[in-house]
Design a protein around this ligand. Sequence first.
Ligand code: A3P
Length: 341
Amino acid sequence: MDSFLPSPDCDTISKTYNGQIDSHLIQKTNEGYREILPNLPRGKGWMTEHLVQYQGVWLTPNFALKGLMWVHDHFKPRSTDIFLATFPKTGTTWLKALTFATVNRTRYGFADHPLLTTVPHGCLPFLEACPNDLDGFPSPRLLSTHIPYTLLPNSMTVNQSCRFAYICRDPKDVLVSKWLFMNKLRPKELAPISLEEAFELFCQGISHYGPYWDHVLGYWKASLETPEKVLFLKYEELKEEPSVVVKRLGEFLGHPFSLEELSKGVVAEIVKLCSFENLSNLEVNKSSVLKLSTQIIIDNRHFFRKGKVGDGKSYLTDEMIKRINEITSEKLLGSGLVFGS
Ligand code: A3P
């Protein structure tokens, strides 16, 4: 604990998303991007007009694909880096808050904590947004990514001992959460996507960073092979026993809770601070925005909807539930990973 250097504060982090990536650095990425883009398969987009398929993964061209290429071209991982890796709508916001609060717990008091005035996404740089100045951040850096494990550069997975905390969620809840979220962000000139259409696309794997099941399995397998590097969590378990999961998270991140902290209720304070009820009712999360790039500006309130387990089923027909459960069983067969019904 003593050797721990705190991450930069949230203000510093939000300044990294200024949409003005160092021009000579991005040039190489832009050239590579322009070269491959015309030849990539296209599918219907949820938030953008279309997605492109790159090495088996569906990505928004201008943001996620470019971001991925930038990571390969320019990102210099450190062995002390900690990544929160997620598929969108599986609990990224929540895990970001919990991780930030856990790692920085000796730095901030709960009464004037940065999470009371900053959306969790403003507390951890998002790698694909090509944040500036990462090289200047003190170690250990807390970063987040949606990149599937299989598409990460070797420099992050093999050559360095970076750690990844990954969270997954029942695919039915992910689908519905994503459908509602993406329609809110979809430009007005594009007609909203119907649930039927979103369902078909999701089942075919055509959704940001999809197929979902491949994303989950990539991190699942890595967590079995290198448990010291990849912590695999489920949204449902976090909902059921948040304190147990936060203790595991602390241990995994190299910041285990001491007996004194446990007896003082520090874990319970973190759980309360990061709870859906608390975060979703904060002024910053009701009225401010997150600027990820010059084009991507998201109302913070969209990151908080219901935060419930099983809500997806109330939108889907019995037939849809049956089909998605069948796909899930088929995809996860033999992996040892299961989701509830
Ligand atoms: P719902 O749409 O089902 O409500 P992500 O953060 O990956 O974008 O995921 C968003 C989902 O997590 C949304 O699910 C959102 O409501 C839920 N969520 C956000 N903050 C949460 C929190 N503190 N606790 C539990 N769920 C949370």
